[in-house]
Design a protein around this ligand. Sequence first.
Ligand code: NAD
Length: 248
Amino acid sequence: MDKTIANLLTALAKASEVVIFTGAGLSADSGIPTFRDGATGLWANIDPEEVASIEGFRKAPEKVWAWHEAMRALFAKVRPNAGHEGIAALESLLPDARVTVITQNIDGLHQASGSTRVIEIHGSALRIRCHRHCGFVDPWQAGQSAPRQCPSCGALARPDVVWFGEALDEDVFSLAAEAAFDADIFFTVGTSAIIQPAASLPMAAKEYGALLVEINPHQTPFSEHANYSIRAGASEFFPALRKALAEE
Ligand code: NAD
């Protein structure tokens, strides 16, 4: 990894746009199971169609609400890990670059670790919103386990997350796409690169000229396209990069 980090330092010194695209693997070392690894914990014995889809919400909003409350309670207990912290530190270590985090995670750990420019393309389990998009968005209060109504228009309130089968928010995704197009270096971290349209971003970045760097302990569909595919956990790689940048 040392030689790769040395090459990345050279590229980072010239970069004005640095993008870090993250998925569930980044938060695994904080104690949040990834969807695919998680036959236990949050994802055990659940049918995603029942608890994380619009059809499930229409059929049984109480069940969907209760499952998300359990997820929110888990997120409230965990802390950012060295991967999140190393990513946040890039902002001060690269003063001449704009650092953008695009995340598929809904756990709020990037903001908790100090990243200031975070695009949450799958929303956040720390917020609720009006199901009809009337404009109502609110922080999720602890213990809020019963379905409640939107105070503005009376429709159902719901977790502010993108469920299976739902379209991404167009404005949010446009911001992410612009960052990908502008990127000089695009890190893809802890994602299996399967869920679309999120998974299109790294390839778009590469087509528009970015250096593509993958951080994942396992091979993914991106690995063969990446300029560097680094077989390491995020909480191992980003502290090493942070240390190397600080020592420069
Ligand atoms: P995924 O579960 O499909 O894949 C996780 C990837 O992370 C795998 O490729 C795995 O090899 C890798 N990984 C595991 N440990 C790692 C580590 N320490 N460092 C780096 N990589 C590691 O996750 P996904 O691609 O993000 O897609 C799942 C979807 O489920 C996402 O859309 C996300 O919104 C949602 N989800 C979110 C959370 C969260 O917010 N923390 C958790 C689970 C699922």
